[in-house]
Design a binder for this molecule. Structure first.
Ligand SMILES: [Zn+2]
Ligand SMILES: [Zn+2]
Length: 262
């Protein structure tokens, strides 16, 4: 199994990277985890989008799903599709509100939204806490995490290997449970642990600090920690140092277009 970073800039695209999106491949199976702003362009450097077997979304903030709109255009209007997408709709695993959210993001008027539910080229599967789905060679498992809206950590298992993606979350025991014993935890770290605005402890229910990402990796006993979702306005090296201080295993800050064997 391999994860390729389509974008890793936290909270929105930055000068060096699109927003959040990851391509996971295992054998001939290909799945994306989130498609934030700019990631659909990056995806095309690594995979023909027609080869996707499913797309999954941790939550519906724009920095994690804005480029779904580009995938709609690609599947509906590509002049030479390799197959008829209306006979092979692409599975979308996402929070239950995704059909409404994506139709609203795609269609520019109320009149078009009244006719556009996107099910001509997609099938929607609502994520549930603890629910699992098979996508070809991989199993996708979701756990509800602690963010500002309905959000899930996502685990991908294939061939005895495992990747867990935090999505966006504050400190959360469900993330530790989901990541327990995983080979790789791809974990958000969005801000420094200590800030003048909040003193010694960051706010809960929103994001993790670099230190908290390391603490979650240690509590889950993962093999390796990949740090992501650092916004352009913070220093990734500082958050990486926090994570390294809290977790004894290998830790890396991911880079756009970086590819990591699981
Ligand atoms: Zn985010
Ligand atoms: Zn978010």
């Amino acid at each position: 199994m391999r994860v390729t970073v389509l974008g890793c800039s936290g909270s929105g695209p930055g000068p060096e990277s699109p927003a959040s999106g990851y391509l996971v491949t295992a054998g001939s199976t290909a799945v994306t985890l989130d498609l934030g702003n700019g990631t659909f362009g990056a995806l095309q450097r690594h995979l023909d989008p027609w080869e996707l077997d499913a797309v999954a979304f941790s939550h519906l903030h724009p920095d994690h799903c804005a480029d779904f709109t580009s995938l709609v255009v690609h599947r509906r209007y590509h002049p030479r599709p390799p197959y008829d997408p209306t006979t092979r709709p692409l599975p979308v695993h996402a929070p239950a509100e995704a059909p409404d959210r994506f139709a609203a993001a795609y269609a520019p008027s109320a009149a078009e939204r009244a006719e556009t539910d996107l099910t001509d080229v997609f099938t929607f599967h609502a994520l549930t806490d603890g629910g699992a789905s098979d996508v070809e060679a991989v199993t996708l498992t979701a756990r509800r995490v602690d963010h500002l809206c309905e959000s899930y950590g996502l685990r991908v298992d294939a061939g005895g290997r495992s990747l867990v993606y935090s999505g966006d979350t504050g400190p959360c025991t469900a993330l530790v449970a989901l990541a327990s014993g995983a080979d790789v935890l791809l974990c958000e770290a969005t801000w420094p642990h200590v800030m003048p605005e909040w003193g010694d402890e960051p706010p809960t229910g929103v994001h993790l600090s670099g230190r908290q990402a390391g603490e979650h990796a240690a509590a889950a006993g993962v093999g390796r920690l990949l740090i992501t979702h650092v916004p352009a306005w913070f220093d990734g090296e500082e958050l990486l140092a926090e994570a390294k201080a809290a977790f004894d295993g290998p830790v890396e800050l991911v880079a756009p277009d970086g590819s990591y064997e699981i």
